[in-house]
Design a protein around this ligand. Structure first.
Ligand code: BES
Ligand code: MG
Ligand code: ZN
Length: 498
């Protein structure tokens, strides 16, 4: 997909569809340059449409006007945007995403965007939100369809009428497309079934990143993982015939600094539950259990292209959780790489096991702050639904930095407490810890289990069990993998540069 910024309106009028935002309330349509220009080109049709149907300006209303050859564009998408003063970058992103999903239904391959770019918030945020909304909303995954493939959206033409701002907008767009390419890549990795995205496939994807400046990629195979005594990770991996891979990516953007932010992502390429087998009804969805890994990997892809002056370490343990004659049994005790022993009460609580060794490994590689991300608990889906990801942290500063960035990206995250009392729930009678904490506060106990392995470093944990994979389209998110948190992890790394 190509995104162009132009100052000549005619180019936008010449695409398959033209998108404009219409406001009600205090931003009168007479002040709106795009509408004025379009009205002129369309013989007052927009004005007439709005006087007949003022509700079209309400937030979230999307209408299509056919241009009857008055413009080269066949249709105009009228995006009802509510009150001008109430616009936020998140609303703009969602509206643009919703509009493009409708444009795609009328087979648009190109879209001109002629809309207001100046709001009560940052210009860069507005341009970024519109381009994110359109590119992410246009995402489709039809890799396995032999017929009924939809033509992809190929061209986006954004109008910035002020010639002086065209270069500014171009720079924002070029950063934004790096971000959206990463999110779409993340979605692809999660949408592909587990027979395609194996640990080996993830390792190959990681190896591609070695081409970026200041990057080193290391893939450990079974023998190397055994050598490091990663007993918790191996306890999960050993039930499957798929060889496990333990991926480490190091980005050194600031050689002069000892600070190193580690991103650790859960890479269970399929979670059957193991011997504690899941019910079959929605087991197929468990191909998404590597979404944390995909998020970290694709955030690194953007970091590689944007080269912020920070150090970022990515640790991505990948394996399958399967039942077999060589799988771990409930009740087994294993020794993690850190030396902490774990009673495996339930083999379906495998995410915290592989993350225990992964966060510990990050501490041995010089991480000074750790953020782990995982489709970790069904309890998080119960608590926060498909709207927000759960956050648990031991460090106010790191947690606030994360939540602040998440607010700016519109990827909703909500902090849950990590009170000492919860630790009682995952004490084992025969080992140091057990890998379940009972039905109560399941998201918190799972997170606090991982916390036991971070050696007191500032740490935050993001549970994306409810947000990584969506059953229906909404705003810029289309049904299926959302690529959630990729944007937040990228922007956090960029933010840490400051
Ligand atoms: N991968 C699942 C969590 C999950 C649930 C992700 C729903 C996405 C949607 C995880 O490995 C798991 O099975 N967790 C168990 C833990 C329990 C056995 C303590 C759960 O949440 O039921
Ligand atoms: Mg599980
Ligand atoms: Zn899992």
């Amino acid at each position: 997909m190509s995104v162009k910024v132009i100052s000549n309106v005619g180019d936008a009028f010449a695409q398959d569809v033209l998108m404009i935002n219409i406001f009600g309330g205090d931003f009168t349509n007479e002040d709106n340059l795009p509408i004025k220009t379009l009205n002129k080109a369309m013989d007052d049709q927009i004005k007439q449409f709005l006087s007949n149907y003022p509700m079209a300006a309400n937030y979230g209303e999307i209408n299509i006007l056919h241009t009857m050859k008055m413009l080269q564009a066949k249709s105009v998408i009228i995006v009802g945007s509510g009150k001008f003063n109430e616009m936020t970058s998140d609303k703009l992103r969602n509206l643009s995403g919703k509009a493009i999903q409708i444009a795609k239904k009328i087979n648009a391959k190109s879209i001109g965007i002629y809309t207001n770019l100046n709001y009560n918030f940052d210009y860069a945020d507005a341009v970024q939100a519109i381009i994110e909304g359109v590119t992410l909303g246009a995402y489709q995954f039809d890799f396995y369809k032999s017929t009924e493939k939809n033509a992809p959206l190929e061209t986006i033409v954004l109008v910035e009428p002020d010639q002086i701002l065209v270069d500014v907008a171009k720079a924002i767009v070029s950063k934004t497309t790096v971000v959206t390419d990463s999110v779409c890549h993340c979605r692809d990795l999660v949408n592909h079934p587990a027979c395609t995205v194996t640990p080996t496939y993830m390792a190959q994807e990681a190896e591609k990143l070695a081409a970026y400046d200041n990057f080193t990629v290391e893939i450990m195979d079974l023998a190397a993982i055994k050598k490091l005594d990663m007993g918790a990770f191996l306890a999960v991996a050993k039930g499957s015939n798929e060889p496990p891979k333990f991926i480490t990516i190091k980005y050194t953007g600031n050689k002069a600094s000892d600070e190193c932010l580690a991103y650790v992502g859960k890479g269970i390429t399929f979670d059957s539950g193991g011997i504690s087998l899941k019910p079959s009804s929605s087991m197929g969805e468990m191909k998404d259990d590597m979404a944390g890994a995909a998020t970290v990997l694709t955030a690194m892809q953007a970091i590689g292209q944007l080269q912020p002056k920070v150090n970022v370490l990515a640790v991505i343990p990948c394996c399958e959780n399967m039942p077999s004659g060589h799988a771990t049994r409930p009740g087994d005790v294993v020794k993690s790489m850190s030396g902490i022993t774990i009673e495996i009460d339930n083999t379906d609580a495998e995410g915290r096991l592989i993350l225990a060794d992964a966060v510990h490994y990050a501490t041995t590689l010089g991480a000074t702050k750790i953020i782990d991300i995982a489709t970790l608990t069904g309890a998080c889906v119960v608590a926060l639904g498909h709207v927000a990801s759960g956050v648990v942290s031991n460090d106010e500063q790191l947690c606030n930095a994360l939540l602040k960035v998440a607010k700016s990206t519109g990827e909703k995250m909500w902090q849950l407490p990590n009170y000492e009392e919860y630790k009682e729930q995952f004490k084992s009678d025969i080992a140091d810890l057990k890998n379940t904490g009972g039905r109560m506060a399941g998201t918190i106990t799972a997170a606090m289990f991982i916390e036991c392995f971070v050696k007191g470093l500032p740490w935050a944990h993001i549970d994306i069990a409810g947000t990584a994979y969506l059953k229906s389209s909404n705003g810029y998110n289309v049904k299926g993998a959302s690529g959630v948190a990729t944007r937040t992890l990228i922007e956090l790394a960029l933010d840490m540069e400051k």
